[in-house]
Design a binder for this molecule. Sequence first.
Ligand code: ZN
Length: 71
Amino acid sequence: MSEKREPLHAICADCAYVWVVLYMPMAMEKAAEAMAHATCAQCGSTDARVHFPEAPASQPSQEPAACSSAT
Ligand SMILES: [Zn+2]
């Protein structure tokens, strides 16, 4: 009776927009289909990945070294 539904977030690979794609638990086939058809509402990109907001963000963002000494 007390089935808790957890929202599954997707994050746009292009603009980092985060939105709710579906609510878990859901059949894996349906979930995979929903992710495959997920489209960013902000930039329209279809390159969405599963996003876990509660996951520990301990990974330092590695930015490419800017080589500004081009003459
Ligand atoms: Zn986007």
